[in-house]
Design a protein around this ligand. Structure first.
Ligand SMILES: [Zn+2]
Length: 87
């Protein structure tokens, strides 16, 4: 059995615990860092890791959050959060 690593999609923390089930049967999680709830399947709010890498790589080349936001349709807050975490 593989342990699934759950990452909070609000703050990217791994400090996440199971927190009951949603009405639709999906597992819910509670993040201890930002105290917000995540779903097992966050849908459009989450970026796959390879997409994130692509965006961060583009940022290293251009160093323009504004340009990134326009090119990738990702919010500047999201990219800033990723940058903080990767330090
Ligand atoms: Zn969080």
């Amino acid at each position: 059995m593989v342990t699934q690593v759950v990452i909070c999609y609000h703050c990217d923390s791994e400090n996440v615990v199971k927190n009951g089930k949603a009405p639709n049967g999906k597992q819910k999680y509670l993040c201890h860092d930002c105290l917000r709830q995540s779903r097992e399947d966050p849908g459009s709010n989450a970026y796959p890791p390879d997409r994130r890498q692509e965006i961060l790589h583009a940022y290293q080349e251009r160093s323009s959050l504004r340009g990134l936001a326009r090119t990738f349709g990702v919010s500047r807050n999201t990219v800033t959060r990723w940058l903080k975490k990767s330090r």
